[in-house]
Design a protein around this ligand. Structure first.
Ligand SMILES: *[C@@H]1O[C@H](CO)[C@@H](O)[C@H](O)[C@H]1NC(C)=O
Ligand SMILES: *[C@@H]1O[C@H](CO)[C@@H](O)[C@H](O)[C@H]1NC(C)=O
Ligand SMILES: *[C@@H]1O[C@H](CO)[C@@H](O)[C@H](O)[C@H]1NC(C)=O
Ligand SMILES: *[C@@H]1O[C@H](CO)[C@@H](O)[C@H](O)[C@H]1NC(C)=O
Ligand SMILES: *[C@@H]1O[C@H](CO)[C@@H](O)[C@H](O)[C@H]1NC(C)=O
Ligand SMILES: *[C@@H]1O[C@H](CO)[C@@H](O)[C@H](O)[C@H]1NC(C)=O
Ligand SMILES: *[C@@H]1O[C@H](CO)[C@@H](O)[C@H](O)[C@H]1NC(C)=O
Ligand SMILES: *[C@@H]1O[C@H](CO)[C@@H](O)[C@H](O)[C@H]1NC(C)=O
Length: 534
């Protein structure tokens, strides 16, 4: 069948030697421009056009003076025939032929009246856009002058929408459904001072775009902390719900991509599950062995989509609680050490102070008008460890000769009954417990207390060691007051007589340095000597 149909055409072509082609059918509206493009591979000189009237035209033909209506406003440029202003007289069959008649192309031009609904139908070009999306209207370019036609200059395109008077836009950043309709684009040209044009109708159909839902990362949360063990295998899943298969979920380490290569120490793999409306994607970040270096990096899960901007979630890796526990332990140990050192320093502050005093020979407190370092007085006590008469003599000599204190002694330096003067003349008043009778009772102690406060004298109260809380000692309220007002040193009887006992250390500590260096300081003499000569 097909073969039989083809054979006559083939034969005809073969016999006549002329290429027989179906005519090209063209339509134009009255008053508009139309261009017939003849695509023959031939040099210009050999090409001529045959008009509906049967007249031949070549490039040199001058149609301006022609009597033939169908030749008016027709010009030939290269291989194209231009009808500048179509009228019904231009309707008919056109052909372009090579000079030796070896090829010929036929055109059938139909000219429609301006109001023709048939033309409108034929001249429509559809366009489809989707709501909320950018939309660009393109003006067709059928049968219009190619830019190559000299003398015919394009003046551009104007758009109008059917039913609207103003100039319409052809580019919609976000097209609406009510933007649908018939748009007319008018391509206009000038030739020899005259304006010619051709219009096209573009029918825009705006469809409601199938709204793509938002693609989101479900987990992890931004800045979520993952506690990991060093050296452990860790998998962190980044789960996302995406609405397009083109969406991608992947991991970044700092700013570089994590690879999918599972031979690497850190990589990611990927799986997805199709849901009813969306796709759940999981990108698992896998650390084969968490290294110290891994803990220093930031890891980011990124969701990249072609219909929305990318979203990110950055996570933080922190060493697990066990490591935190270790650091807490270290912290606690550190605190204990500090406390221990501080306590030791405090505990031995007396030794340290005395050592510095003895070795560096820092004697002589600034003059304050006081004649004596200390004034010794005795108060009545009955605890059993109080000092007897011999003890007192021993005490005085140790303080004066061994440690170099200048003492104000009643009966020796000051008259027996002038306590206040002794206190006044001394930097410190040292009150010793005494068993002997003739020593201050409560009344006198009160008086002493008043003088101490008034004369700016320091007070050191030597208290006998008490075994029971409710001893007779507690009865002496004045002593209690005095002990609160000054420094207390406990006298433990025999054991306190040792010069290296805590009693002596504390007493010397509270007494501050004597004004003059001690006369004899057997073991430390050399050091002190040295210090003073430097
Ligand atoms: C063009 O047509 C004219 C007659 O109209 C003729 O004299 C002339 O030779 C033709 N030119 C060419 C190149 O065919
Ligand atoms: C054009 O040619 C066709 C045959 O190809 C013919 O049927 C038609 O009548 C012609 N039209 C005019 C206007 O001459
Ligand atoms: C006609 O001329 C063209 C080139 O212009 C050439 O290719 C073709 O063979 C010629 N045909 C005949 C029948 O002379
Ligand atoms: C315009 O001319 C150039 C050469 O000058 C050619 O390559 C091009 O195909 C021509 N364009 C048209 C539309 O004819
Ligand atoms: C089209 O509809 C939108 C609302 O959807 C409205 O804002 C706009 O003014 C309308 N445009 C026209 C030309 O009616
Ligand atoms: C097309 O534009 C030209 C020049 O701008 C104008 O003269 C002509 O009337 C317009 N045609 C239509 C159909 O609007
Ligand atoms: C990802 O890799 C890990 C470790 O190699 C494996 O356990 C897991 O099954 C993998 N998941 C997918 C979805 O391939
Ligand atoms: C990790 O991210 C935080 C903010 O999220 C930033 O301050 C820090 O500099 C980042 N660290 C590295 C190593 O990129």
């Amino acid at each position: 069948m097909v073969k039989g149909h083809l054979t006559p055409l083939f034969l005809l072509t073969f016999l006549s030697g002329v290429e027989l082609l179906k005519p090209k059918v063209l339509y134009v509206r009255e008053g508009e421009m139309v261009v017939l493009h003849c695509h023959l591979e031939a040099e210009d000189p050999g090409l001529f056009w045959t008009l509906p009237s049967g007249q031949r035209m070549n490039q040199t033909s001058d149609t301006s003076a022609s009597a033939d209506q169908s030749q008016k406003g027709v010009l030939i440029h290269g291989q194209s025939l231009v009808v500048l202003h179509a009228s019904l007289s231009h309707q008919g069959n056109y052909s372009c032929t090579l000079g030796n008649a070896s090829s010929q192309i036929w055109f059938r031009l139909t000219v429609y009246s301006a109001e023709s609904s048939e033309y409108k139908e034929k001249n429509q070009y559809p366009a489809t856009c989707f709501t909320q999306e950018p939309c660009m209207l393109y003006c067709p370019a059928a049968n219009i002058p190619c830019t190559n036609i000299s003398g015919i200059n394009s003046r551009g395109i104007t758009w109008s929408k059917e039913g609207e008077t103003s100039i319409s836009q052809s580019h919609f950043p976000s097209v609406q459904q009510n933007d649908s309709g018939v748009y007319t684009c008018n391509r206009s040209y000038t030739y020899k001072g005259q304006t010619y044009y051709k219009t096209f109708a573009v029918v825009l159909h705006v469809q409601i775009s199938e709204q793509l839902g938002e693609s989101v990362i479900l987990s992890p949360k931004q800045n979520q902390e993952f506690q990991v063990d060093r050296g452990a295998t860790v998998v962190i899943d980044c789960k996302a719900v995406v609405t397009s298969e083109a969406d991608e979920v992947f991991w970044l380490s700092g700013k570089s991509f994590v690879e999918k290569d599972d031979s690497l120490p850190v990589f990611y793999n990927y799986s997805w599950e199709q849901g009813a409306k969306d796709i759940e994607m999981t990108a698992s970040l896998i650390f084969k062995k968490v290294s110290e270096d891994d803990l220093l990096r930031n890891y980011t899960c990124e969701l990249q989509s072609d219909h929305q901007i990318s979203t990110f979630v950055t996570i933080v890796l922190t060493p697990k609680a066990r490591d935190v526990f270790v650091s807490v332990i270290i912290c606690i140990v550190g605190i204990i050490v500090v406390v221990f050192v501080a306590t030791a320093a405090f505990k031995f502050k007396i030794d340290i102070a005395l050592f510095l005093r003895d070795t560096l020979g820092c004697y002589g407190t600034p003059p304050d008008g006081k004649k004596y370092d200390a004034c010794l007085m005795f108060y009545q006590s009955s605890s059993g460890v109080e000092l007897g008469k011999a003890d007192r003599k021993w005490l005085e000599s140790v303080l004066e000769e061994r440690f170099g204190y200048s003492l104000c002694l009643q009966g020796r330096d000051i008259s027996e009954d002038n306590e206040s003067e002794c206190i006044e003349q001394s930097r410190t008043l040292v009150l010793f417990p005494s068993s002997s009778d003739s020593h201050p009772g409560s009344d006198l102690l009160l008086k002493i207390w008043a003088v101490v406060a008034e004369k700016n004298t320091c007070l050191i109260l030597i208290k006998p060691e008490t075994k029971q809380a409710s001893s007779t000692e507690s009865a002496s309220e004045v002593v209690q007051h005095l002990s609160r007002a000054g420094n207390c040193v406990v006298w433990k009887g025999r054991s306190s007589m040792e010069l290296k006992s805590s009693f002596w250390k504390l007493l010397r500590f509270h007494l501050s340095a004597p004004q003059h260096p001690p006369k004899l300081l057997p073991e430390e003499l050399t050091l002190a000597d040295h210090c003073q000569h430097v």
